[in-house]
Design a protein around this ligand. Structure first.
Ligand code: FES
Length: 258
Protein backbone atom coordinates (compact mmCIF):
# COMPACT_ATOMS: atom_id res chain seq x y z
CA UNK A 1 0.00 0.00 0.00
CA UNK A 2 1.60 3.29 -1.06
CA UNK A 3 1.30 6.79 0.44
CA UNK A 4 2.40 7.66 3.93
CA UNK A 5 -0.13 6.59 6.57
CA UNK A 6 -2.28 4.50 4.22
CA UNK A 7 -3.67 1.37 5.80
CA UNK A 8 -6.65 -0.90 5.75
CA UNK A 9 -6.58 -1.06 9.54
CA UNK A 10 -9.69 0.46 11.07
CA UNK A 11 -8.57 0.51 14.72
CA UNK A 12 -7.00 3.54 16.45
CA UNK A 13 -3.45 2.37 15.58
CA UNK A 14 -2.04 5.92 15.90
CA UNK A 15 -2.74 6.23 19.66
CA UNK A 16 0.24 4.18 20.82
CA UNK A 17 2.90 5.95 18.69
CA UNK A 18 1.41 9.28 19.74
CA UNK A 19 1.62 8.38 23.45
CA UNK A 20 5.22 7.16 23.00
CA UNK A 21 6.08 10.42 21.22
CA UNK A 22 4.56 12.53 24.00
CA UNK A 23 6.06 10.42 26.82
CA UNK A 24 9.60 10.35 25.43
CA UNK A 25 9.51 14.01 24.37
CA UNK A 26 8.44 15.12 27.87
CA UNK A 27 11.21 13.05 29.41
CA UNK A 28 13.89 14.41 27.06
CA UNK A 29 12.82 18.03 27.67
CA UNK A 30 12.64 17.62 31.45
CA UNK A 31 15.86 15.59 31.78
CA UNK A 32 17.83 18.06 29.64
CA UNK A 33 16.53 21.01 31.65
CA UNK A 34 17.19 19.30 35.00
CA UNK A 35 20.67 18.14 33.98
CA UNK A 36 21.70 21.66 32.98
CA UNK A 37 20.54 23.30 36.22
CA UNK A 38 23.57 22.20 38.26
CA UNK A 39 21.81 23.12 41.52
CA UNK A 40 18.96 21.98 43.78
CA UNK A 41 19.84 18.34 43.16
CA UNK A 42 20.50 17.32 46.76
CA UNK A 43 19.05 17.93 50.18
CA UNK A 44 20.08 16.22 53.42
CA UNK A 45 20.69 12.54 52.67
CA UNK A 46 18.84 12.72 49.34
CA UNK A 47 20.63 12.98 46.00
CA UNK A 48 18.80 13.24 42.68
CA UNK A 49 19.38 10.14 40.51
CA UNK A 50 20.20 12.44 37.57
CA UNK A 51 23.28 13.53 39.54
CA UNK A 52 24.38 10.21 40.98
CA UNK A 53 27.21 9.43 41.31
CA UNK A 54 28.28 13.04 41.81
CA UNK A 55 31.90 12.87 40.71
CA UNK A 56 32.53 16.60 41.04
CA UNK A 57 30.04 19.03 42.52
CA UNK A 58 29.11 21.33 45.33
CA UNK A 59 26.96 19.00 47.46
CA UNK A 60 28.27 16.87 50.35
CA UNK A 61 27.68 13.79 48.15
CA UNK A 62 30.50 14.78 45.79
CA UNK A 63 33.35 12.24 45.52
CA UNK A 64 36.16 14.60 44.58
CA UNK A 65 34.94 18.01 45.73
CA UNK A 66 33.72 20.98 43.70
CA UNK A 67 34.02 21.69 39.99
CA UNK A 68 37.64 21.05 38.97
CA UNK A 69 39.85 24.01 38.07
CA UNK A 70 40.72 22.39 34.70
CA UNK A 71 37.09 22.48 33.54
CA UNK A 72 37.01 24.63 30.32
CA UNK A 73 35.57 28.09 31.04
CA UNK A 74 33.53 28.03 27.83
CA UNK A 75 31.66 24.87 28.84
CA UNK A 76 28.76 25.13 31.27
CA UNK A 77 29.28 22.80 34.22
CA UNK A 78 26.77 20.47 35.79
CA UNK A 79 27.64 17.23 37.64
CA UNK A 80 24.86 15.50 35.69
CA UNK A 81 26.65 16.09 32.38
CA UNK A 82 29.55 13.91 33.54
CA UNK A 83 27.43 10.82 34.02
CA UNK A 84 24.01 10.96 32.35
CA UNK A 85 25.37 9.83 28.97
CA UNK A 86 25.74 6.27 30.32
CA UNK A 87 22.17 5.49 31.46
CA UNK A 88 20.88 7.76 28.66
CA UNK A 89 22.86 5.72 26.12
CA UNK A 90 21.41 2.50 27.46
CA UNK A 91 17.86 3.77 27.08
CA UNK A 92 18.50 5.21 23.63
CA UNK A 93 19.84 1.89 22.34
CA UNK A 94 17.38 -0.34 24.26
CA UNK A 95 15.69 -2.89 21.99
CA UNK A 96 12.25 -1.94 23.28
CA UNK A 97 12.73 1.82 22.88
CA UNK A 98 14.22 1.38 19.42
CA UNK A 99 11.04 -0.33 18.24
CA UNK A 100 8.95 2.36 19.91
CA UNK A 101 10.76 5.47 18.70
CA UNK A 102 11.36 4.20 15.17
CA UNK A 103 7.57 4.13 14.94
CA UNK A 104 6.67 7.28 16.82
CA UNK A 105 9.53 9.65 15.85
CA UNK A 106 10.56 8.35 12.42
CA UNK A 107 7.25 6.79 11.39
CA UNK A 108 9.28 3.98 9.88
CA UNK A 109 6.66 2.51 9.86
CA UNK A 110 4.24 4.39 12.17
CA UNK A 111 2.58 1.05 13.07
CA UNK A 112 2.26 -2.48 11.70
CA UNK A 113 0.56 -2.61 8.30
CA UNK A 114 0.62 1.20 7.93
CA UNK A 115 2.63 2.56 5.05
CA UNK A 116 5.79 4.54 5.75
CA UNK A 117 7.22 7.74 4.26
CA UNK A 118 10.47 6.19 2.89
CA UNK A 119 11.05 3.79 0.03
CA UNK A 120 14.36 2.37 1.24
CA UNK A 121 15.14 0.76 4.54
CA UNK A 122 18.75 -0.05 5.33
CA UNK A 123 18.01 -1.12 8.89
CA UNK A 124 20.54 -1.65 11.62
CA UNK A 125 23.06 -3.33 9.33
CA UNK A 126 24.51 -0.08 8.07
CA UNK A 127 25.58 3.31 9.40
CA UNK A 128 24.22 5.07 11.42
CA UNK A 129 21.84 2.56 12.98
CA UNK A 130 24.53 -0.12 13.20
CA UNK A 131 25.77 1.95 16.16
CA UNK A 132 22.78 0.62 18.11
CA UNK A 133 24.81 -2.55 18.61
CA UNK A 134 26.79 -0.69 21.25
CA UNK A 135 23.86 -1.41 23.59
CA UNK A 136 25.56 -4.16 25.55
CA UNK A 137 28.41 -1.83 26.55
CA UNK A 138 25.98 0.74 27.87
CA UNK A 139 24.33 -2.09 29.77
CA UNK A 140 27.60 -2.92 31.56
CA UNK A 141 27.78 0.70 32.77
CA UNK A 142 24.09 0.86 33.65
CA UNK A 143 24.43 -2.19 35.92
CA UNK A 144 27.03 -0.27 37.94
CA UNK A 145 24.66 2.70 38.16
CA UNK A 146 21.94 0.51 39.68
CA UNK A 147 24.30 -0.30 42.54
CA UNK A 148 25.10 3.40 43.03
CA UNK A 149 21.39 4.20 43.17
CA UNK A 150 20.73 1.36 45.61
CA UNK A 151 23.50 2.81 47.78
CA UNK A 152 21.84 6.25 47.52
CA UNK A 153 18.59 4.69 48.74
CA UNK A 154 20.47 3.26 51.72
CA UNK A 155 22.09 6.63 52.46
CA UNK A 156 18.63 8.21 52.27
CA UNK A 157 17.79 6.28 55.46
CA UNK A 158 20.34 8.14 57.55
CA UNK A 159 19.50 11.62 58.78
CA UNK A 160 21.84 13.98 60.60
CA UNK A 161 20.57 15.18 63.99
CA UNK A 162 20.24 18.99 63.68
CA UNK A 163 21.83 19.53 67.12
CA UNK A 164 24.53 16.90 67.41
CA UNK A 165 25.10 16.03 63.74
CA UNK A 166 24.85 12.36 64.71
CA UNK A 167 23.44 10.06 62.01
CA UNK A 168 20.18 8.36 62.94
CA UNK A 169 18.20 5.78 61.03
CA UNK A 170 14.88 6.97 59.66
CA UNK A 171 12.55 6.95 56.72
CA UNK A 172 11.13 9.98 54.96
CA UNK A 173 8.94 10.19 51.87
CA UNK A 174 12.16 10.94 49.96
CA UNK A 175 13.61 7.64 51.19
CA UNK A 176 10.65 5.81 49.67
CA UNK A 177 10.91 7.78 46.43
CA UNK A 178 14.63 6.99 46.02
CA UNK A 179 14.15 3.34 47.00
CA UNK A 180 11.32 2.92 44.53
CA UNK A 181 13.46 4.57 41.85
CA UNK A 182 16.36 2.16 42.44
CA UNK A 183 13.94 -0.79 42.37
CA UNK A 184 12.32 0.28 39.11
CA UNK A 185 15.67 0.94 37.44
CA UNK A 186 16.90 -2.44 38.70
CA UNK A 187 13.84 -4.16 37.20
CA UNK A 188 14.45 -2.40 33.90
CA UNK A 189 18.20 -3.02 33.77
CA UNK A 190 18.18 -6.65 34.93
CA UNK A 191 15.41 -7.47 32.44
CA UNK A 192 17.53 -6.23 29.52
CA UNK A 193 17.98 -8.71 26.63
CA UNK A 194 21.73 -8.24 26.80
CA UNK A 195 21.76 -8.87 30.54
CA UNK A 196 20.08 -12.25 29.98
CA UNK A 197 22.83 -13.17 27.55
CA UNK A 198 25.48 -11.84 29.89
CA UNK A 199 24.45 -14.02 32.80
CA UNK A 200 22.83 -16.92 30.95
CA UNK A 201 25.81 -18.58 29.40
CA UNK A 202 28.18 -18.30 26.48
CA UNK A 203 27.96 -17.01 22.96
CA UNK A 204 24.98 -19.06 21.76
CA UNK A 205 24.57 -21.64 24.53
CA UNK A 206 22.77 -21.62 27.83
CA UNK A 207 25.05 -22.47 30.72
CA UNK A 208 24.61 -25.81 32.49
CA UNK A 209 25.27 -24.19 35.86
CA UNK A 210 22.05 -24.24 37.97
CA UNK A 211 22.91 -20.83 39.44
CA UNK A 212 23.30 -19.26 36.01
CA UNK A 213 20.10 -20.92 34.80
CA UNK A 214 18.22 -19.53 37.78
CA UNK A 215 19.58 -16.04 37.13
CA UNK A 216 18.69 -16.41 33.46
CA UNK A 217 15.12 -17.37 34.39
CA UNK A 218 14.84 -14.37 36.75
CA UNK A 219 16.10 -12.02 34.03
CA UNK A 220 13.72 -13.63 31.51
CA UNK A 221 10.86 -13.10 33.92
CA UNK A 222 11.69 -9.38 34.16
CA UNK A 223 12.22 -9.27 30.41
CA UNK A 224 8.67 -10.39 29.72
CA UNK A 225 7.50 -7.05 31.17
CA UNK A 226 10.43 -5.03 29.85
CA UNK A 227 8.18 -2.40 28.28
CA UNK A 228 6.41 -1.78 31.60
CA UNK A 229 9.69 -1.56 33.49
CA UNK A 230 10.98 0.85 30.84
CA UNK A 231 8.09 3.27 31.26
CA UNK A 232 7.68 3.02 35.02
CA UNK A 233 11.41 3.51 35.59
CA UNK A 234 11.46 6.44 33.14
CA UNK A 235 8.75 8.31 35.02
CA UNK A 236 10.12 7.10 38.36
CA UNK A 237 13.55 8.62 37.78
CA UNK A 238 11.99 11.85 36.54
CA UNK A 239 9.78 12.08 39.61
CA UNK A 240 12.70 11.29 41.95
CA UNK A 241 14.65 14.23 40.52
CA UNK A 242 11.59 16.47 40.77
CA UNK A 243 10.99 15.43 44.37
CA UNK A 244 14.55 16.18 45.51
CA UNK A 245 14.56 19.43 43.48
CA UNK A 246 11.32 20.78 44.93
CA UNK A 247 12.35 19.84 48.47
CA UNK A 248 15.72 21.51 47.95
CA UNK A 249 14.01 24.66 46.64
CA UNK A 250 11.73 24.74 49.70
CA UNK A 251 8.59 24.28 47.61
CA UNK A 252 7.87 20.81 49.03
CA UNK A 253 8.63 19.65 52.56
CA UNK A 254 9.92 16.13 53.03
CA UNK A 255 7.63 14.31 55.44
CA UNK A 256 9.58 12.19 57.92
CA UNK A 257 7.64 8.98 58.52
CA UNK A 258 9.79 7.88 61.48
FE1 FES B 1 16.03 -2.65 26.90
FE2 FES B 1 18.54 -3.71 27.05
S1 FES B 1 16.89 -4.28 25.81
S2 FES B 1 17.63 -2.14 28.24
Amino acid sequence: MSGFGNTSRNDIWWVRPLLVFLGLSSFIVYATWAALQGEHYAIGPYLSPFYSPEIFGSSPHSWFGPKPSWWPMVLPFSPAMLILWAPGGMRFTCYYYRGAYYKSFWADPPACAVSEPRKTYLGENSFPLIMQNIHRYFLYLAVIFVFFLAHDAWKAMWFADPLTGEQTFGVGVGTLVLTLNATLLGGYTFGCHSFRHLIGGFKDRLSKSPVQRKLYNCASCLNRRHMNWAWFSLFGVMFADLYVRLCSMGIWTDWRIF
